[in-house]
Design a protein around this ligand. Structure first.
Ligand SMILES: [Zn+2]
Length: 460
């Protein structure tokens, strides 16, 4: 399907949206062009007000713009859908007056109260929509026109992403099938939070606010999911549903929820990556030009065992500081070449090194950029990425990306070791390693080479 439909040309068709349509049998040869057009059309970030306590009930009113929206006097609102990056203040009076409460995620009004303590269900008369703002920080930076080596981050939702997010876990059971125990599911969410703590430098954390087991009666994936969702409160940034074995063909991510088919940490981090706005880590074979979906082992957004998201994704999420990336366009334009010394990304833990993690080339006249990076300091048991190996990715700048669906997918264009002697090329640039620093460290009684830097020469 991936090959036939060229879905990789539209990251938003992969995994989430597209698979859901396939599972619902909407994707047929005859209706594919129509469906494709529908799926890739820009979707405005709508706040939707719904009729009953559940997220799939009829929409009473929606709002695309910031500002105050008043509901019809007879409308009994019971659910509000809030896209990432927006915050909604619900008011008891018309024209955004009176008792109020502010929410930043999908919210069932049946379980929500105004500041006074009064229940919000059927009592909301108006609502104010605004962008979630956050003060600038080392991770939420802007680039001034004099800062020619500053790599701009076009993600407008960092204010909403950089916080501690409430998470619920739901263990879904079905007679005759097995589902992992609630305690092991909770442990995985804590493991995922521990991963985020390091990779995000504490910009994004998870707070487990509720756990429950719900029973379903259908072994049909779609029906089982619907039955599960209807038994669970929506009031969380992320709800993790762990499905019974053998019911669904794959794991899947929606806007504020993930459905997992297994209890592997990497499945949690992959699907939650989609919720945060990440697409897949794909790989292009430089000799054949053929792309392999999910083939990048340097990110959890591939299909392999991994240790982190890749650098373009870490940057998109606002988990790198301004000085940790170098924009190289001006140096290439003026001198025709640049030499950069990079330190390995590893776990993206805070480092005292002054070396950058990556070099970035905005492809002139295009929507994409190249990232030059060194994913790992040394080879370990996780996957076969050698210490000091250089990866070159193409990633979208994502300027004006409106929804956080599946935006930041990457394409690995080149990969070579720090001792490589050949020259490599991608998107009009040529590059090769010209030096490195390393030493041997003892790991389980074996000497392993650990790289602290790799020097690259990049030219036109
Ligand atoms: Zn995926």
């Amino acid at each position: 399907m991936w090959e036939t439909c060229l879905t990789y040309e539209h990251a938003e068709l992969e995994d989430g949206l597209f698979l859901e349509e396939v599972q619902a049998n909407h994707c047929t040869v005859a209706n594919w062009p129509t469906l494709r057009a529908q799926l890739i059309a820009p979707r405005p970030q709508l706040v939707r007000v719904r009729e009953t306590c559940f997220g799939d009930s009829p929409v009473i009113q929606d709002a695309a713009s910031n500002g105050c929206h008043t509901l019809a006097p007879t409308a009994g609102a019971s659910f509000v859908e809030v896209p990432i990056g927006k915050s909604v203040t619900l008011h008891a009076g018309a024209s955004c007056t009176g008792d109020s409460v502010t929410v930043q995620t999908d919210t069932s009004l049946c379980e929500t109260s105004f500041g006074s303590g009064a229940n919000t269900n059927d009592n909301v008369r108006s609502f104010q929509v605004q962008d979630v703002a956050a003060p600038p920080s080392a991770y939420r930076y802007t680039c001034s026109s004099e800062e020619s080596t500053c790599v701009r981050n076009y993600n407008s939702s960092l204010g909403a992403l950089h916080r501690t997010h409430p998470v619920r876990v739901v263990r879904v059971t079905l007679a005759g099938r097995t589902t992992p125990a609630l305690t092991t599911i909770q442990a995985r969410v804590r493991d995922m939070d521990a991963f985020f703590a390091v990779a995000s430098r504490n910009q994004l954390r998870l707070d487990l606010i509720g756990s429950q087991t719900v029973q379903v009666t259908s072994s049909d994936c779609g029906t089982a999911k619907d039955q599960a969702v209807r038994q669970v409160s929506a009031n969380a940034f992320l709800t993790v549903y762990v499905m019974p074995g053998g019911v669904c063909p794959s794991s899947y991510a929606g806007l504020h929820r993930v459905f997992l088919n297994d209890n592997l940490l990497r499945s949690y981090i992959h699907e939650t990556g989609h919720v945060l706005g990440l697409g897949h880590g794909n790989v292009r074979d430089p000799s054949s030009g053929k792309d392999t979906q999910y083939g990048d082992a340097s990110t959890y957004m591939g299909k392999f065992v991994s240790e982190n998201y890749n650098l373009p994704q870490l940057h998109w999420l606002g988990w790198t500081k301004k000085e940790e990336l170098i924009q190289i366009n001006s140096a290439i334009d003026s001198a025709g070449f640049i030499e950069v010394t990079l330190r390995p990304v590893g776990s993206n833990a805070v480092s005292t090194s002054s070396l950058p993690l990556g070099a970035v080339w905005d492809i002139p006249g295009g929507k994409d950029r190249l990232f030059f990076t060194v994913p790992k300091p040394r080879l370990n048991d996780t996957n076969q990425i050698g210490g000091g190996a250089v990866f070159v990715y193409r990633a979208p700048k994502c300027e004006g990306c409106v929804d956080l669906g599946l935006d930041l997918g990457t394409l690995q264009l080149a990969r070579f070791g720090p001792r490589a002697t050949s020259e490599y090329a991608a998107s009009g640039l040529v590059f090769k390693p010209v030096g490195f620093t390393s030493s041997f460290v003892q790991v389980n009684g074996v000497a392993v080479e650990e790289f602290t830097s790799v020097k690259l020469r990049i030219w036109r």
